[in-house]
Design a protein. Structure first.
Length: 91
């Protein structure tokens, strides 16, 4: 997160740096792992028990971040079942 904040000054040169931190995304591989684990009776680790993000959720958040030209050096956190939220800006 600190690296993202340090690079925020590049916005003065037309380069905006932000970071998107998604929790578990329900990709085909993740869904397959969940299905195989459950079929084998294994306990799912916490990230796989959480509400999964859809890939579209991540894409929508990235588009929002890119379109919001007032944001630079920010970290956007995504967790399934929760609205996206920006971490407080570092000074």
């Amino acid at each position: 997160m600190r690296l993202t904040a340090c690079l925020a000054s590049l916005a003065d040169r037309g380069i905006r740096i932000n970071c998107v931190c998604p929790y578990t995304v329900g990709t085909a591989a993740v869904r397959r792992e969940i299905a195989e684990s459950l079929a084998e009776g294994r306990t799912l680790p916490p990230p796989l028990r959480a509400t999964l993000l859809e890939p579209e959720d991540v894409a929508d958040a990235v588009v929002w971040l890119v379109q919001n030209e007032s944001l630079a050096g920010r970290v956007l956190v995504l967790r399934g079942g929760e609205p996206p939220h920006l971490l407080p800006a570092e000074d």
